[in-house]
Design a protein around this ligand. Structure first.
Ligand code: NAD
Length: 443
């Protein structure tokens, strides 16, 4: 028997969760600050308020989402009524990363509970203060046999992955995503992998450059660039590069002041290992702005690099920090040569006033999702699926899609008995032409 909770119990659990997360909001904001000086505005905007909205939306809509869904029957089955019945998968494992540690643990958890599953979550060990509060919230809200939180690092994750689950939801790096996929294959467990990649951001000649620079600076330096959908590198048309750089410099100063180290609106790098990795990326590069660092709290200034070689470290891997390389292009084949050098990205952004150019880019390249004339905001629409493709991930979630993700959908045809068309039954002799005609009409 699979684990299954009834709708009323799921709803009561989520209402209890709502009370707990509201009570713990200030503790979460403080923990995020203690973990990597996440600005309180960003903590509310991208973590606590996001989760409150997701929770309220789920509580409000879950009865509707859980109902059997009628679908148009096939005329070949006439007369019938056809439905999708949603049932929970059973035991769900959620493994979360550190960069939005609260949101990326709680959002899948809310959906998995709403769909009636039993859930185990493992938050990241790199944000221990936030993980501790998440564990407290879960302990305070749920019965241990329904939802539990297991804290710990790689070994704990590996012990969990060695067990059999009915569904695994993983958010993190491509390298660990492959480990998760291999472990899941052992038991043929379905997975969602929310991974990363190098997200291109194209700026074409017609773009409104001041606004473009503002939106790029926001998307790149929020969370100190430690965002899976942050623009990873810019591809700007050669003719507007100098102008764009001037606007980018201006916008960085407007957002974080002359010395971003003293700004309370700029987060820190998560740990020494990542800070050193980012400093190594900067070696032998042309720094146009930024580059300053401080080992005391793993500070790295918002930094822009000019024209790095495609073979350099910064262009070889996902940056995941406040470093923005600017490359230029002259023609569309230049764009293609650079973009297709990398695996399919999680996001792609294009800034242009020309609709045809935007449409061409969107249809030509494969990527998880993206924006025209902005960065990252596609994440905020509950009606849009959020997820990658190829190396940037498998599956997508958010809003109702998250409920469906954690539900197995049983396809059921209820056949009526008042009519029984005999054509499909043996003996078949003399029926082939009629069935061919019927198939042709109904296809
Ligand atoms: P990570 O892959 O190092 O860790 C993620 C989780 O996996 C953690 O809970 C960690 O304890 C666990 N883990 C680490 N090594 C493991 C191993 N060998 N075996 C089993 N489990 C292991 O990722 P991270 O550093 O926490 O996060 C950064 C990465 O996550 C970036 O690549 C980023 O793009 C990606 N990311 C993707 C999304 C998305 O929604 N697509 C969101 C946030 C982050």
């Amino acid at each position: 028997m699979i684990f299954k909770t009834d709708l009323d119990y799921r709803k009561q659990s989520l209402l209890k969760l709502l009370i707990t997360v509201q009570k713990q909001e200030q503790n979460i904001i403080k923990a995020l600050h203690d973990d990597f000086k996440k600005p309180s505005f960003e903590a509310v905007f991208t973590e606590t308020d996001y989760i409150l909205a997701e929770l309220k939306h789920t509580i409000k809509n879950m009865n509707k989402w859980a109902k059997p869904q009628w679908v148009l029957p096939s005329l070949l089955n006439f007369p019938s009524t056809d439905y999708l019945y949603k049932e929970p998968y059973g035991k769900i494992l959620i493994i979360a990363p550190w960069n939005y540690p609260y949101q990326l643990t709680l959002a899948p958890l809310i959906a998995a509970v709403a769909s009636g599953n039993q859930v185990t979550v493992k938050p990241s060990e790199l944000t221990p203060n936030t993980s501790k509060i998440i564990a407290e919230i879960i302990r305070e809200t749920f019965d241990k046999n329904h939802v539990e939180c297991i804290e710990g690092g790689t070994e704990v994750a590996q012990t969990l992955l060695a067990q059999r689950w009915d569904y695994i939801f993983f958010t993190g790096s491509v390298a660990v995503g492959k480990i998760v996929a291999k472990a899941a294959a052992e038991h043929l467990t379905p997975v969602t992998l929310e991974l990363g990649g190098k997200n291109p951001c194209i700026i074409e000649q017609s773009a409104n450059l001041k606004l473009t620079a503002k939106r790029i600076v926001w998307g790149k330096f929020l969370n100190a660039g430690q965002t899976c959908i942050a623009p990873d590198y810019l591809l700007v048309h050669q003719s507007i590069k100098t102008k764009l750089i001037a606007f980018l410099k201006e916008e960085i100063i407007l957002a974080y002041g002359e010395n971003p180290e003293t700004s309370t609106d700029f987060a820190r790098i998560i740990n020494e290992k990542n800070w050193k990795r980012l400093l190594a990326i900067l070696e032998n590069q042309t720094v146009l702005i930024g580059g300053q660092s401080n080992a005391e709290d793993y500070y790295l200034a918002p930094t822009i690099l000019d024209n790095p070689s495609l073979e350099s470290l910064v262009m070889r891997e996902e940056i995941f920090g406040p470093i923005l390389p600017i490359l230029s292009y002259e023609s569309e084949p230049d764009l293609e040569r650079i973009i297709t050098k990398f695996e399919k990205p999680l996001s792609l952004y294009v800034f242009t006033e020309h609709n045809t150019f935007a449409k061409k880019i969107i249809s030509k390249y494969t990527f998880g999702g993206g924006c025209i004339n902005d960065t990252m905001i596609h994440f905020a629409n509950k009606r849009l699926p959020f997820g990658g493709v190829g190396h940037s991930g498998i599956g997508a979630y958010h809003g109702k899609l998250s409920f469906d993700l954690f539900s197995h959908q049983k396809a059921i045809v209820k056949k009526a008995n008042w009519l029984d068309i005999p054509i499909r039954y043996a003996p078949y002799r003399g029926k082939l032409n009629t069935i061919k005609k019927l198939l042709k009409w109904f296809s």
